[in-house]
Ligand binder design. Structure first.
Ligand SMILES: Cc1cc2nc3c(=O)[nH]c(=O)nc-3n(C[C@H](O)[C@H](O)[C@H](O)COP(=O)(O)O)c2cc1C
Length: 172
C-alpha cells in the first residue's frame, strides 16, 4: 500500500484505451466499501463514459477540469447533505479509495474539485454538473474523479519531499 501511495501522482493525460467494466466495478466497490460516519453512506456516484457527457462535465468550471474531455472515464461523487452532516468527509474518503484502487490496477486518476467552485459567470460549478447528470436539486457535488490509462508515467514521490516538520509528538 505504501508503495502505491508513493507512486500515485495525478494523471491528466490518458491513452485511448478504455478501462474495462471489471475495472470500473472494482473502482465502484472500493467506493461503496468506504467507511462513513455512523455508517450513513450518504454518497451517490455517477459513472460517465460517453464522450458528450465527459466533454460537458469538462466545461463545468474554468480551471482544472478541461482535461476531462480527454479522459475515458469520469465518476461524479455527490451526496445528499441531509443524510449526513459530514458528507464531505464521507465523499472524500470514497474518492481517495477509488484513486488508490485505480493506481493498484495500473490506472491513473485525478481529483477535479467541484464543491465551492464557480464558473465564469459566478454560478456554482456543482449546479452545472447536476444539470448535466440530471441529479436532484438537493444533492451536493464534491468532485469528479477522472480515470484512465496513463499516457505517461510520472516520477513517484521521493523521501526528500516528506514534510516531517509537520509531525508532532504528544504536543504541537
Ligand atoms: C481536494 C483536491 C482538489 C483537487 N482539485 C483539482 C482540480 O480541480 N483539477 C486538477 O487538475 N487537479 C486537482 N487536484 C489534484 C492536485 O492538483 C494534486 O493532487 C496536487 O497537485 C498534488 O499532485 P499529485 O496528485 O500528483 O500528488 C485536486 C486534489 C485534491 C486533493
Amino acid at each position: 500500500m505504501l508503495e502505491l501511495i508513493q507512486k500515485r501522482r495525478s494523471c491528466r493525460n490518458f491513452t485511448d484505451k478504455k478501462p474495462t467494466h471489471d475495472q470500473i466495478d472494482q473502482l465502484l466497490k472500493s467506493a461503496l466499501w468506504s467507511p462513513t460516519s455512523k455508517n450513513n453512506r450518504p454518497w451517490e456516484f455517477v459513472v460517465a463514459e460517453k464522450t458528450e457527457t465527459l466533454e460537458a462535465l469538462s466545461q463545468c468550471k474554468p480551471h482544472g477540469a478541461a482535461f476531462l474531455s480527454g479522459a475515458p472515464l469520469g465518476i461524479v461523487v455527490l451526496a445528499d447533505p441531509a443524510k449526513s452532516d459530514v458528507w464531505v468527509e464521507d465523499c472524500s474518503i470514497a474518492a481517495i479509495m477509488m484513486q488508490m484502487t485505480a493506481e493498484s490496477m495500473g490506472l491513473g486518476s485525478t481529483w477535479i474539485q467541484i464543491r465551492l467552485r464557480l464558473d465564469e459567470e459566478g454560478n456554482m460549478a456543482g449546479d452545472n454538473v447536476k444539470k448535466i447528470i440530471n441529479a436532484p436539486d438537493e444533492m451536493e457535488v464534491l468532485g469528479i474523479m477522472a480515470f484512465g490509462y496513463k499516457a505517461k508515467e510520472r516520477e513517484p514521490y521521493t523521501e526528500n519531499i516528506l514534510l516531517w516538520d509537520r509531525i508532532h509528538y504528544e504536543k504541537f
